[in-house]
Design a protein around this ligand. Structure first.
Ligand code: AR6
Length: 183
């Protein structure tokens, strides 16, 4: 367990669809119409209501650009809300990938705080189908979340839910490095 401001930061290995935080974050794509990986798992576990709401958002604003976030209800999930964010597709690191990934985390947290949500679970955004190197993504995620929580507060818990033991260790190391580096 780590601390950022007054928020608890918890890292676990597991399935994000089973988390009991108030919101879980989906690593979606710009169409908001579903896909594989975490996105597929969330829509399967949460049922058709989530896609229905995504379609309504599309009708209002088009899709969701990389780095931004939208929110729907959680359907049949334990989580009351799903925050859908879109990470960057990795293309070598010179196409603002770090910046866009950082925005995806920051805008998801901002949206949660603006809705009064007190706990949020994140998957490892962009490191599956989108090919972002996990070590680099973990450092971006950790520093972005830590900075946000220290500056803004407003959340009791942020949970990182990593699917594999390898990813869990990578995220744990990123948080340890950040904590060892001091504030
Ligand atoms: N719980 C937690 N993590 C999971 C789960 C789960 N149930 N399932 C997979 N992961 P990805 P991306 C991990 O590909 O790279 C979709 O098709 C997975 O092991 O889901 O942002 C969307 O529609 C990996 O570490 O997301 C987009 O088109 C991490 O989640 C595209 O993929 C992210 O992998 C987004 O790609």
């Amino acid at each position: 367990m780590f601390k950022a401001g007054s928020t608890k930061v918890v890292l676990i290995q597991g399935d994000i669809t089973r988390q009991d935080t108030e919101a879980i974050v989906n690593a979606a794509n710009s169409s908001l119409l579903g896909g594989g990986g975490v996105d597929g798992a969330i829509h399967r576990a949460g049922g058709p209501q989530i896609l229905e709401e995504c379609k309504q958002i599309r009708a209002r604003q088009g899709g969701c650009p990389a780095g931004e976030a939208v929110i729907t209800g959680g359907g049949n999930l334990k989580a009351r809300y799903v925050i859908h964010t879109v990470g960057p597709v990795w293309s070598g690191g010179g196409s603002r990938e770090d910046e866009l990934l950082s925005s995806a985390y920051r805008n998801s947290l901002q949206l949660a705080v603006s809705r009064g949500i007190r706990s949020v679970s994140f998957p490892s955004i962009s490191t599956g189908a989108y090919g972002f190197p996990t070590g680099r993504a973990a450092r971006v995620a950790a520093s972005t979340v830590k900075n946000f929580l220290e500056r803004e507060g407003g959340l009791d818990e942020v949970r990182f839910v990593l699917f594999s033991e390898k990813d869990f260790n990578t995220y744990r190391e990123a948080w340890e490095e950040l904590t060892a580096a001091g504030d």
